[in-house]
Design a protein around this ligand. Structure first.
Ligand SMILES: *Cc1c(COP(=O)(O)O)cnc(C)c1O
Length: 525
């Protein structure tokens, strides 16, 4: 049976298939797509997958959903998505810090952060679906994807979409708002189908201008009349971004069970550094699909709207300051994927009402029944900047394992909530921390952590004179046993930054830059 999709607000009756959902992104009426039903796996099935590699595990899970893509095509794309562009053949290895504390390392991909787990996979399925649609006449245009990024998403999207057929990608990042390593990752991108521009202003300015451009009718008309392109967004609310993230939760559990670290009848608690609620939502879906998961610990930084929501049932963004923290990928006020959880626990009518309240009043409160369901599966906490940096030092001293600020937040929340949701009174559930970035992507704050310098203070001499790449070498001298820098990051030093242009954060400037990029591309075709 081919899987059909529903939407979280119950307003889209079109029941699209997987490949249709990939290309559409958001549902009519503004809801998010979800599969009509979830497959479930028995413990035996999971254990059997131990002899399968990561790509095979992924293909097995995708096939079980009943997607409208043939098993052989799915397997081929999974093998490409999770192949030797990862620097560990296990793709998402689990590393044990001690008997009951495990790290799920999601940063072995081409840009050294967890966005690769979805963005190495999704663009292949996206491009495949597009090609099929063009061939059978249901689609007539190539797509132009616009992305505004605070750092990690841009580089991972470039790595995922570069050279993919029928898709084009333009990335806008806040000039001065991303690290040297992140900027160089983006500006040195190759691929005729991509473009990268700095925007004057912070991430919010950048995102707003790109969003306005996306909905600008003149730009859409110009593209329609003068090009073969149509705008598209492949952002993190796309189901195609969420689904690959289910794979690594199963994969980790398969590995932990095979290693004797998760016994029959035991549940695994998992702490996730959370921003848009995508990663942790995939963990919750894995639990619904039979994975032996106990509690999911939602770890936030000082932008703690989500942690407050899980603890009180009130989601309130009124009068909230937006903090720039040491964990910028989690600096977010509206966590879009939460809507998917609300749908599962409360149904489409209530979800629709709450989302309307959030949009119009900046606040909603769930009923007591829904809150209690949420709290059965989730715990939540937030960690301030100072603590997140001190955890980097503690973890280094205790385990000789180097982490970056996002992962540090999850580790701290994990220690605080360990044992709370125990199934077995005498022994705490084993804990897995989801590690979302390699430490070298956040060098300056890792160094602050190791040296005990506060987040908002300048680095001291000689560090304040160093480039981002020199800082990585300094960290390696401080922590020589652990601080390996992946070659794909160190080799960016001195790379040709092909994209140098910085434009003002206005809709008009973004529009005209898009038009110029499209014209230049057409000329070289
Ligand atoms: C994107 C990101 C997160 C947040 O993940 P969500 O799925 O948005 O909750 C956490 N850590 C890092 C390093 C990220 O890039």
């Amino acid at each position: 049976m081919t899987l059909k999709f529903i939407d979280t607000r119950g307003l889209d009756s079109s029941r699209p298939t997987f490949s249709e959902v990939l290309l559409r992104g958001i549902a009519d009426g503004g809801g998010l797509y979800l599969p009509e039903n979830l497959p479930t796996f028995s413990m035996d099935q999971m254990d059997t997958l131990h002899s399968a590699n990561y790509a095979q595990r992924g293909a097995f899970i995708y096939d079980a959903f009943g997607i409208d893509i043939k098993a052989a095509d799915t397997l081929r794309m999974m093998q490409k998505a999770y192949g030797n562009q990862f620097d560990d053949h296990r793709i998402a290895p689990v590393v044990s810090l001690d008997e009951d504390t495990h790290m799920l390392e999601l940063w072995h991909g081409p840009t050294s952060a967890f966005k690769d787990m979805a963005l190495q996979c999704m663009p292949r399925f996206f491009s495949f679906s597009l090609k099929r649609g063009l061939a059978n006449g249901s689609l007539s245009r190539d797509l132009l994807i616009l992305v505004a990024t605070s750092g990690d998403t841009g580089s991972a999207a470039l790595a995922g979409f570069a050279h993919r057929s029928h898709t084009n990608l333009i990335v806008f990042y806040p000039d001065g708002g991303v690290s040297d390593v992140q900027r160089t990752q983006m500006t040195s991108s190759l691929g005729m189908n991509v473009g990268v521009y700095g925007v004057k202003g912070n991430f919010d300015d950048c995102q707003r201008a790109v969003k306005e451009a996306f909905f600008n009718e003149d730009l859409q008309k110009w593209l329609k009349d003068h090009t073969d392109l149509q705008l598209s967004s492949a952002n993190s609310i796309n189901w195609g971004r969420l689904m690959p993230q289910i794979i690594y939760y199963f994969s980790a559990i398969i590995d932990l069970r095979a290693a004797g670290k998760l016994a029959d009848g035991q549940l695994l608690d998992i702490a996730v550094p959370t921003g848009n609620f995508g990663n942790i939502m995939a963990g919750w879906l894995a639990k619904q699909m039979g994975a032996p998961i106990g509690r999911l610990i939602c770890a936030s930084n000082e932008n703690n709207v989500l942690a407050d929501f899980i603890n009180t049932g009130v989601y309130d963004i009124r009068g909230r300051d937006f903090y720039m923290t040491a964990s910028p990928a989690m600096d977010i006020l509206v966590s879009s994927n939460l809507e998917r959880l609300l749908y599962f626990l409360a149904g489409p009518e209530r979800t629709r009402k709450w989302m309307k309240q959030l949009r119009e009043e900046g606040v909603f409160e769930v009923d007591a029944g829904t809150l209690s369901l949420i709290q059965q599966d989730f715990a939540a906490d937030y960690v301030d900047n100072a603590t997140s940096l001190s955890v980097i030092q503690d973890c280094w001293k205790r385990y000789h394992y180097l982490i970056e600020p996002h992962t540090a937040i999850a580790l701290h929340a994990a220690e605080k909530h360990r044992g709370e949701g125990n199934t077995n009174k005498d022994k705490a559930n084993p804990m897995m921390i989801v590690s979302t970035a390699h430490w070298a992507k956040f060098g300056p704050n890792v160094l602050r952590g190791l040296l005990g310098i506060p987040h908002d203070e300048e680095l001291t001499t000689p560090y304040n004179e160093m480039t981002g790449f020199e800082l990585l070498r300094a960290i390696r001298r401080l922590a020589p046993e652990a601080a390996h820098v992946p070659n794909r990051l160190s080799s960016l030093e001195g790379a040709c930054e092909r994209y140098q242009k910085v434009i003002p954060a206005t809709e008009g400037c973004i529009n005209s830059q898009i038009a110029r990029w499209v014209e230049a591309r057409t000329e070289t075709h």
